[in-house]
Design a protein around this ligand. Structure first.
Ligand code: NAG
Ligand code: NAG
Length: 171
């Protein structure tokens, strides 16, 4: 009995019926002592308030999330992936922080980058990356081949860092 129950539960888990995510980066000062909200292999980030960090300042995904935690007033999400061919050649993924997210595929948003109401949007980077307007798209995949378009990178990580009104952080 125990054995068959085990196999049934195991099968349900493997088809995702009770899917749950492992805690990553245990020890981070967050509500779950780490993060349980993230995606692997895809990049959920947007374009606003881009901050680019590289090895050796950031050595792994946990350093990357910590950098977002260090900027609670401007960082709402991060991506740890190979962002350039140079990164692939160096063997070190990069850490990029943002205040907004990827938009869904049928939404396009143009920012008034000259408005004096803007704060901490890093307009120069939005312009340099050709990200105004921000085009909606399916959440982009992360790759690890030198052209960043062929070999999927399942070890890339991206996700939210939400600073809640009660002072707790969820990620
Ligand atoms: C914003 O300012 C830049 C640089 O001063 C200028 O080239 C551009 O035309 C302005 N854009 C708008 C929409 O006013
Ligand atoms: C990947 O990018 C390279 C260089 O731009 C290009 O030659 C190649 O056709 C691309 N491959 C795919 C699958 O898009």
């Amino acid at each position: 009995m125990h054995i068959s129950a085990f196999f049934i539960i195991n099968s349900l888990l493997s088809i995702g019926a009770f899917a749950s995510q492992d805690v990553i980066c245990r020890g981070l000062n967050t509500q779950d002592d780490g993060c349980i909200r993230y995606t692997r292999g895809f990049d959920v980030t947007g374009v606003v308030t881009e901050v680019d960090l590289t090895f050796p300042q950031v050595r792994d995904e946990c350093d990357c999330i910590q950098e977002c935690l260090n900027r609670p007033g401007t960082c709402a999400n991060y991506v740890w992936k190979f962002s350039t061919s140079d990164a692939v050649q160096s063997g070190h993924r990069t850490c990029t922080l943002y205040s907004n997210f990827n938009l869904p595929s049928q939404v396009v948003l143009e920012f008034d980058l000259n408005s004096t109401n803007n704060m901490n949007i890093n307009a120069d980077e939005i312009i340099a990356a050709g990200n105004n307007p921000q085009m909606g798209a399916l959440v982009p995949q992360a790759f690890k081949d030198v052209n960043l378009n062929t070999t999927a990178d399942p070890d890339a990580v991206s996700g939210p860092v939400w600073v809640l009104a009660n002072g707790q952080v969820q990620c």
